[in-house]
Design a protein around this ligand. Structure first.
Ligand SMILES: Nc1nc2c(ncn2[C@@H]2O[C@H](COP(=O)(O)OP(=O)(O)OP(=O)(O)O)[C@@H](O)[C@H]2O)c(=O)[nH]1
Ligand SMILES: [Mg+2]
Ligand SMILES: [Zn+2]
Length: 326
């Protein structure tokens, strides 16, 4: 990450200002500076420096801009990123990184009680990504108003499972407002990413939290959805009580970047105490003899659900490996 000083001194009257990139539309970036949004362009040099990434500048990046007399900005400095969420860029060379958002405090995975039902595979995939990037994560189970008697046991199971793993779990209804205040408080002052499968109510929930957002909801059209959710168009929405939120529809496959198969288990917190007891130090816990993780799963110390999620993600990592020909 470049933190080099501005190339030229700012002429008098063209001040340098610090801000956050909240939106990117091609070659223009909207930079939030206090309460203002300054449409800005990037100094040409950055593009060359950061060729390994598809997008050298992502929403969430902290920048210093020079304010031009016409009230547009020139991005002079990109400050070092604390962290980032990324995926493999589609339609590009395999393994190329596309940064979705930088400098995240928290990722909220939204699920719904039903319509659609909770998807633990999705949850665990995102959790591996957040664990690998050392970003805090939590779970919101929305549409609690739709709960039926027969949904309760499974919901309790999920609630206990993820709470015991150390993740915050919230129950909400965007319809009745239940739990919304707790969610609002959790978002205040933070830069939060909200992700989840289509139709769980991400946009509806954020509209209730922050009525001014006016996010589009209820459109579940697979046809228009395809290829629409590109990183380039991810946006940070400022919250009136402070903080930013990113609604990321369609990021269904957070690519699990740059993980070796044997590394994956390090991002399943409950696997950690068992790893040193596997016979092989690079055990992948699927086919090796004397595997302490398989043992722990048989002993109910690890849930079958999490172990299956682990195997599924392991499988995708191995497929990815084959693609790059390693
Ligand atoms: N009953 C009930 N319906 C809800 C709730 N929250 C959202 N919905 C409905 O669920 C549908 C989908 O909501 P959206 O907010 O568009 O879902 P989304 O997660 O943003 O979906 P994508 O943008 O496609 O990823 C809409 O018809 C909402 O009215 C809730 O708490 N209870
Ligand atoms: Mg939405
Ligand atoms: Zn093992």
């Amino acid at each position: 990450m470049s933190t080099d000083p501005p190339l030229e001194a700012s002429p008098p009257g063209d001040p340098l200002l610090d801000g956050v990139v909240i939106r990117s539309t091609g070659s223009w970036y909207d930079v939030q500076v206090n309460d203002q949004v300054v449409p800005s362009k990037m100094r040409g040099k950055f593009r060359l420096e950061k060729q390994e990434a598809t997008n050298p500048l992502a929403v969430g990046d902290r920048v210093t801009i020079r304010l031009n007399p016409d009230k547009t900005g020139l991005i002079m400095t990109i400050h070092e990123r604390q962290n980032r969420l990324s995926r493999r860029a589609s339609g590009r060379r395999v393994g190329r990184e596309q940064v979705i958002v930088a400098n995240i405090d928290m990722v909220w995975i939204i699920q719904s009680v039903r319509l659609p039902r909770p998807n633990p595979g999705f949850i665990d995939r995102v959790l591996v990504t957040t664990e690998a990037h050392e970003i805090e994560a939590g779970l919101v189970i929305n549409k609690i108003d739709l709960i039926r008697k027969k949904d309760r046991a499974y919901l309790d199971f999920l609630h206990t499972l993820y709470t015991d793993l150390g993740y915050q779990v919230l129950l909400t209804s965007a319809k009745t407002g239940e739990g919304v205040e707790v969610f609002r408080e959790a978002l205040t002052g933070q830069t939060s990413v909200v992700t989840g499968p289509s139709g769980v109510g991400k946009s509806t929930l954020l509209n209730v939290v922050e009525p001014g957002l006016d996010l589009r909801t209820g459109e579940v059209s697979e046809k228009t959805r395809k290829g629409r959710h590109t990183t380039a168009h991810a946006a940070l929405f400022p919250l009136s009580d402070g903080g930013f939120v990113v609604d990321t529809p369609g990021i269904r496959e957070f690519g699990v970047l740059y993980l070796e198969p044997w590394e994956l288990s390090h991002y399943f917190p409950e696997f950690l105490p068992h790893l040193e007891h596997c016979h092989f130090p690079t055990c992948t816990h699927d086919h090796e003899p004397d595997c302490a993780v398989i043992e722990a799963t048989l002993d109910d110390l690890i849930t079958e659900e999490r172990y299956y999620s682990y195997l599924n993600i392991l499988h995708s990592i191995r497929l990815g490996e084959k693609d790059v020909g390693r």
